[in-house]
Design a protein around this ligand. Sequence first.
Ligand code: SF4
Length: 368
Amino acid sequence: MKYLREFHDPATAAALAKELAYAGNSFARSGRSAVIMEVCGTHTMAIARHGIRSLLPPNIQLISGPGCPVCVTEPGYIDTAIELARRGVIVVTFGDLLAVPGSESSLANARAAGARIVVCYSPAETLRIAAQHQNSEVVFLAVGFETTIAPIVSTLEAASKNGVKNLSFLTAFKRVIPAMKALVSDTSNRIDAFLCPGHVSAIIGVEPYQEIATSGIPCVIAGFEPIDILQALLKLVDMVKNKEASVINLYSRVVRQRGNPKAQELIDTFLVPSAARWRGLGEIPDSGFSFRETWRHFDAEARHGVRIPEGRQYRGCLCGEIVKGKIPPEQCSHFGRKCTPESPVGPCMVSSEGTCAAYYKYISVQRS
Ligand code: SF4
């Protein structure tokens, strides 16, 4: 990510932190508190890396949400990918998925045992792999939110145009807004405001959050630099204090009101919203995408006659609670003991956007 000097200026950050403490304290004097959820895994990492939680007054709680695609993907997805690899399919994946535990094993273990599992940096690499292995079936592990879905669908479009016959996609696509709605409608959750994801918003735009704001929850879209985040938190505290539920875009250098219509159109050409299962959240209507009938031949489940089961997560792993913001990682008895980035037992410790990984890497260190 590009380093933007003006968004790291220590004097500005200190002034914002002071303002935030002042706003929180004046809020506390009226006996009130606020729970703000950062939805996106990139925000989770940035908040941990810059020690932003430690700047917040005690009555402002910042909890992490379900915005890490690897973390919300169920273990059964990994089981299915391993099953395909065992059948001789070449499985192409982003590196983040490699160490994620399935019910019994991981893709890394399957690869060590001889399965053909190839790590890529861009979905477009899959086209080259498919061309090089025309006598083999190739499956791309298509996991992600709208930000990742757009380049995956662009690869799909290229495969279609070039008549690629040996490529399909095992999908675990997720849409952010239905998940946010599900979190808000669960009365056992307390969320007073959302720090909304910058990357996803670059695709979907500002308008879709209006539905959340209408239900009384303020939303601020922010970038990922420390000053971006501090400004957004200050704005959210102010909005909660003044009971102002609207959508504010503080990331206008990247996010447009209507997002990226070209990417939206591309997604809409190939995919249609459908129900999806999320680790911890269960099945949420319209929170995923399925192939439109015309493109069903690219669907690895249909093509290879497999069906992604729920699977089983490691006993005692609380990733399902972590992605809902119910508990911080330290409340999992495996955290830093059985489960570390070197030997993860849950996806939240594997992913570069996982809450457990963020806490392990930055927050535990800051406290020690
Ligand atoms: S510390 Fe490990 S086992 Fe516990 S919730 Fe996080 S990833 Fe799962």
